[in-house]
Design a protein around this ligand. Structure first.
Ligand SMILES: NC(=O)C1=CN([C@@H]2O[C@H](COP(=O)(O)OP(=O)(O)OC[C@H]3O[C@@H](n4cnc5c(N)ncnc54)[C@H](O)[C@@H]3O)[C@@H](O)[C@H]2O)C=CC1
Ligand SMILES: O=C([O-])CC(=O)C(=O)O
Length: 296
């Protein structure tokens, strides 16, 4: 299997240049071959025959910016890379990391539809870092070992659209509402916290490398036919009425997404938060679609 992990110099390094991560990937699939590319002229060659392409290309935020502020710069970068994927590896599983994920994934879908090669089961926005953060902060607060912790995170990948469901966390732990609110806020602001700390020198590159590797690893295990591989991802979905893309737990199989889970029972605070983020998600999706259709 040929993997083109991700596709930009720095980020490619961060994701697969990390020795542990590269070793993990080859352990999971002994036939896996890491394939980078040096520049746009070699992109087609690098993509040919790929089963998995991870796209983190694009500008990171600077302090004071929202992820949506990256739309102007990153929408066309993602559009062009997706066109190349549609041309050179139309059957590959595509992992989109570039922000704003809430819009770049719909952009990718429209571009692939226009090329006649869209497969909704092969396109995924990477929200794993939100899950990693929610798990870490919950473990810190409860004292549970982080490896044993599971916290669902649904919605999208920006501010209030990131919805950690601490009511469904395991191991279960009863916490006062203000503590849960603080954990939720910290999860939603995790990216901003790093952007501010890096003070203009980029965003959460290393933790994204970790999260990106976790998600890529899950995709590869699914492609290899391992049963019951499940991760959260922002995908075409009809789990929430009126939203064509949404993140819930998805099952990853030999053909990409093999199933999409519902999000279970929400408590009243979580339901309110979900209702509140629907308009933002809807508008981010529409913005991406309009861009891809050349309307903005
Ligand atoms: N989905 C998520 O959870 C996360 C998403 N991100 C997003 O990932 C993107 C990259 O962030 P970082 O790695 O921190 O930034 P970075 O600046 O470290 O790396 C970006 C890379 O993109 C490359 N690049 C720029 N334009 C390109 C093009 N047209 N074609 C190919 N490569 C191109 C640059 O050369 C650079 O190597 C940003 O949009 C950021 O917001 C970052 C962290 C988490
Ligand atoms: O916050 C950012 O700009 C990068 C990102 O998406 C994250 O770290 O979750």
């Amino acid at each position: 299997m040929k993997i083109n992990p991700a596709v930009t110099q720095l980020s490619l390094y961060d994701i697969v240049g990390t020795p542990g991560v590269a070793a993990d990937i080859s352990h999971i699939n002994s036939k896996a071959k890491v394939q980078g590319f040096a520049g746009p002229e070699s992109l087609g060659e690098a993509l040919k025959g790929c089963h998995l392409v991870i796209i983190p290309a694009g500008l990171p935020r600077k302090p004071g910016m929202t992820r949506d502020d990256l739309f102007k710069a990153n929408a066309s970068i993602v559009r062009d890379l997706i066109k190349a994927c549609g041309e050179h590896c139309p059957k590959a599983v595509l992992n989109i990391i570039s922000n704003p994920v809430n819009s770049t994934v719909p952009i990718a879908a429209e571009i692939l539809k226009d090329m006649g090669v869209y497969d909704k089961n092969k396109l995924m926005g990477v929200t794993t870092l939100d899950v990693v953060r929610a798990r870490t902060f919950y473990a810190e607060k409860t004292g549970a070992p982080v490896a044993d912790v599971d916290v669902p995170v649904i919605g999208g990948h920006a501010g209030q659209t990131i919805l950690p469901l601490f009511s469904q966390a395991s191991p279960g732990h009863s916490m006062p509402e203000d503590v849960i609110a603080a954990l939720t806020q910290r999860t939603q602001d995790g990216g901003t916290e790093v952007v501010q700390a890096k003070a203009g020198k980029g965003s959460a590159t290393l933790s994204m490398a970790y999260a990106g590797a976790l998600f890529a690893d899950a995709c590869l295990r699914g492609l290899n036919g391992e049963p019951n591989v499940k991760e959260y991802a922002y995908v075409q979905s009809n789990v929430v009425s009126g939203l064509s893309f949404f993140s819930t737990k998805v099952k990853l199989g030999p053909e990409g997404i093999a199933g999409i889970s519902e999000y279970g029972t929400l408590n009243s605070v979580e339901q309110k938060a979900l209702d509140a983020c629907v308009p933002e998600l809807k508008s981010s999706i529409e913005k991406g679609v309009a861009f891809a259709q050349g309307k903005v």
